[in-house]
Design a binder for this molecule. Structure first.
Ligand SMILES: [Zn+2]
Length: 474
């Protein structure tokens, strides 16, 4: 059996607008032609390759799965429910969120931590979703005049960088062009008001508290002190005016205040991020204090943080005891079950297998659970079953590099050289490292396999070479 189906590389097979301004598709005069939805998607996908390869991409499937669950509740009530949005977290303390053409929405850890309710986070997502569904990028490009600046490469790099981090943007685009491009890409007041209005509508239809939107913006304006040295980027990339706030407040004032209970996942994901920001010793004392009633907060989330911290300092005995308490407090939660599995696994990998197998039946979509199970299977020398669990997920998450890395380990343990290097190739390709991927495919080819496997390798090689050629073409 081939390790992966062919479809996984198809998304990569479009000419990269990011790599050089020369080998670009001829889009004609962008000042006259709006981007087609396919072109928007292409820019978004290419930008995602760069983002996944960057250190700022938060490679935590639980955080990203949560964002996608929340996001999809909103997308359902947006103007384009079938667009196939992807939400992801960035490991960046700056308070910001950004949307890229084609439905890719990034949320910084800094913003996730500053939100005080799930409705506030949903209000930000709703606003970003509206930028996408209203095609604000395409409309911005329409507005730019056809000078040299408007090359797709400069625009795409700027979209990727300027929205999130002005320093990167300046490095990414040369000199004076940087400021001009960035200026063009800051959404106009009209775009912001439209994104607010439509985002608010989506927020309400999806059942969240509409008052969260003005409350969040208001708090952001007063919270500049929290973000060392600079005003929240969110306010810069989504310029806020008193007119804009007044407009939202006016719309919201007619709406009933909906007191919503935050989901447990919202609390747990925030707890996980808080823990990750601290040293292991600080995290432990923080959650010890929290659990013993010295901090306001959700008791389940606090105990979850405590178990997480105990596991981190390898205090297995106490982690096991506290986990038992936690499981009495909260049943039927995928994040808690995943942590319970990790505690069992740290005690004894073989003993955790039955638990993981059972939990995965309850939460088949929870990626972290599948990966932890695969990891435990590898530790217990059951690589073949690990391969099976992972292969089931490749079609669903074709861009998940962690999946391919686990697959590579599973194949190595079975001494399947071709499959091992094939998986490494996919991991490299999805991180945008095309020459590294080609290298791995060459090694896979030398390892040899059956006719079917060899023809897939050959065809992947051709695709990647074509892509690499398109990138370097002058
Ligand atoms: Zn905005």
């Amino acid at each position: 059996m081939p390790p992966m189906k062919k479809i996984t590389l198809v998304l990569l097979l479009c000419v990269s607008p990011l790599a050089s301004s020369e080998g670009l598709p001829d889009l004609g005069d962008v000042s006259q032609a709006a981007l087609s939805p396919a072109q928007e998607r292409q820019i978004g996908q290419q930008s995602m390759l760069q983002i996944r390869a960057s250190r700022q991409f938060l490679d935590d499937p639980e955080v990203n799965d949560y964002l996608n669950q929340l996001g999809s509740k909103l997308v359902e009530f947006s103007g384009e429910p079938s667009l196939g949005f992807e939400f992801f977290a960035m490991n960046d303390e700056a308070v910001n969120a950004f949307a890229m053409p084609g439905g890719f929405v990034g949320v910084n850890v800094g913003l996730l931590l500053i939100t005080q309710s799930e409705s506030e986070l949903a209000s930000v997502l709703g606003h970003e979703i509206a930028h996408v569904t209203q095609h604000h990028y395409a409309r911005l490009l329409n507005g730019t005049k056809g000078d040299g600046l408007a090359s797709m490469a400069a625009i795409a790099v700027a979209i990727l960088a300027a929205r999130n981090n002005p320093q990167t943007a300046t490095a990414a685009i040369v000199g004076a062009q940087a400021r001009a491009v960035q200026k063009q890409l800051d959404f106009t007041r009209v775009h912001e008001q439209e994104a607010d209005r439509i985002g608010l509508d989506t927020l309400q239809k999806a059942g969240f508290n509409p008052h969260a939107m003005p409350e969040f913006l208001d708090r952001l304006q007063h919270a500049t002190r929290l973000v060392e040295g600079n005003a929240p980027n969110y306010l810069r990339t989504h310029p806020i005016t008193s007119e804009r706030v007044a407009d939202i407040e006016n719309r919201v004032s007619k709406q009933p205040y909906r007191l919503m209970q935050d989901s447990l996942d919202f609390q747990l994901v925030r707890t996980k991020l808080i823990a990750a920001q601290k040293t292991s010793a600080d995290a432990l004392s923080y959650f010890e204090q929290a659990v013993h009633g010295e901090k306001f907060g959700n008791p389940i989330a606090q105990r979850y943080g405590l178990v997480l911290s105990l596991l981190r300092v390898q205090n297995l005995a106490r982690a096991t005891l506290e986990m038992q308490q936690l499981q009495l407090l909260a049943k039927n939660n995928a994040l808690i079950d995943t942590l319970a599995g990790r505690v069992k696994q740290a005690n004894n990998a073989s003993d955790s297998l039955a638990f993981y197998r059972n939990a995965l039946q309850n939460y088949p979509q929870h990626r972290a659970l599948a990966y932890a199970y695969a990891e435990a299977l590898l530790q217990a020398n059951q690589a073949e079953l690990a391969s099976k669990i992972l292969a089931e997920r490749v079609n669903r998450y074709p861009a998940d590099t962690r999946l391919y890395q686990l697959q590579a380990r599973a194949y190595a343990a079975q001494n399947k050289q071709l499959e091992h290097h094939h998986a490494l190739a996919y991991s490299a390709a999805w991180q945008g490292n095309l020459s590294g991927a080609i290298e791995q495919l060459e090694i896979a080819k030398q390892a040899g396999g059956n006719f079917y496997q060899m023809s897939i390798i050959e065809s992947d090689l051709n695709e990647l070479r074509e892509l690499l050629g398109a990138r370097s073409k002058k």
